[in-house]
Design a protein around this ligand. Sequence first.
Ligand SMILES: Nc1nc2c(ncn2[C@@H]2O[C@H](COP(=O)(O)OP(=O)(O)OP(=O)(O)O)[C@@H](O)[C@H]2O)c(=O)[nH]1
Ligand SMILES: C=C(OP(=O)(O)O)C(=O)O
Length: 210
Amino acid sequence: MTVGWSVVVPVKGTIDAKSRLGDDLSARERSSLGLAFAHDTVEAAAGSARVARVYVVTDADAEWPAVVFVVPEGERHGLNAAIVRGIHAAESSLDSSAPGAGITVLLGDLPALRSEDLDAALMSAEEVDRGFVPDAEGTGTTVLTARAGVSLEPRFGAGSAAAHAALGHVRLDAGTSLRRDVDVPAALEEAVRLGVGERTRAALELRLRG
Ligand SMILES: Nc1nc2c(ncn2[C@@H]2O[C@H](COP(=O)(O)OP(=O)(O)OP(=O)(O)O)[C@@H](O)[C@H]2O)c(=O)[nH]1
Ligand SMILES: C=C(OP(=O)(O)O)C(=O)O
């Protein structure tokens, strides 16, 4: 990891995670899969040449790659509040003189993420003050960026793509792996077709064997 970007990844570590994956899975299976998605997302981010630091905001009892700074979530106030905690942690150690420096929020449910796709989007993000990547459906957001010195005001949740565009975030071109967030079973099938990371593959195999 060399140049510039600090990446904030929120990860819900509780048993109610990934509820939209449905009742074919138990709550324990859904939350384990959610953590596997997050691990694979973080591994891909850590493998991106444009990423300097990765901050995971979570209270999940999990091991993360050595490069990760864990930001404890504490009392839960929802996704945007968790992201703001991560942004504050990142701001406190951001080297604003580094080329390409800035903060990007990356949601942790991108199990097919490829480092090259994140790299390409971050390269485009270096050309604008504020950027975003819409999810595969076009209504949500998977990535939100701001160059150093520009504030980030996360508006994740229903209709977040429109909310972020209204705040002046410019849509960034992005490869499919950066847009394929996994909320529902059909999205998981598509992610598997694209090629999920090791943790997600292992979690899915465990389920098939069980
Ligand atoms: N730290 C933290 N992360 C969150 C929180 N809510 C969602 N996330 C993370 O944000 C990303 C996208 O969230 P969602 O798709 O809404 O995940 P979810 O709430 O587990 O899924 P559903 O129960 O299906 O809504 C995932 O990486 C989640 O783990 C939260 O309250 N705190
Ligand atoms: C919170 C969001 O994601 P999801 O669709 O994963 O809930 C969002 O897109 O703003």
